[in-house]
Design a protein around this ligand. Structure first.
Ligand SMILES: [Cu+2]
Length: 145
């Protein structure tokens, strides 16, 4: 193998490390697949450095992290009502989030960055109203994915 070809092969082998960060879209909806208000998709799996773009598809919603449901040392986030929000996630772990006015109605979602290392702590957070039912569904989905 010539030195040039060897160098090219090395570059190709290293490509995944240099892969561009991805952006994933999550819609904030008044009529999600389950019939009620919700985030779609409700669970997204991404890698550190990737961005989630929350889209204000319908008015009157936001996305904000739930205290106790993000990894240690991670930065909480909170979008403005009715506005898109882009969040870049760097720390691995599970991020539980809510729509503030519809939290108790179960408008919640999860972002999983690499592995849900803080899943047990996130599960232990007490949830209001229908948010508990919805999170039970999402955790069950996560555990079987
Ligand atoms: Cu909402």
């Amino acid at each position: 193998m010539s030195r040039m070809i060897r160098a090219l092969a090395l570059c190709a082998a290293m490509m995944p490390l240099a892969a561009q960060a991805a952006t994933v879209e999550v819609k904030m909806l008044s009529h999600a697949a389950n019939g009620g208000r919700g985030f779609e998709p409700a669970i997204v799996h991404i890698q550190p450095g990737d961005t989630v773009h929350f889209i204000a598809s319908d008015p009157g919603h936001n996305a904000q992290s739930i205290t106790g449901m993000i990894p240690d040392g991670a930065t909480p986030f909170a979008g403005q009502m009715g506005h898109d929000l882009s969040v870049t996630f760097s720390k691995p772990g599970l991020y539980g989030y809510k729509c503030l006015p519809h939290y108790f109605l179960g408008m919640v979602g999860m972002v999983v960055v690499d592995k849900p290392v803080n899943e047990a702590a996130a599960k232990a957070v007490s949830q209001p109203g229908a948010a508990k039912i919805r999170f039970d569904q999402l955790f069950a989905q996560l555990d079987h994915s």
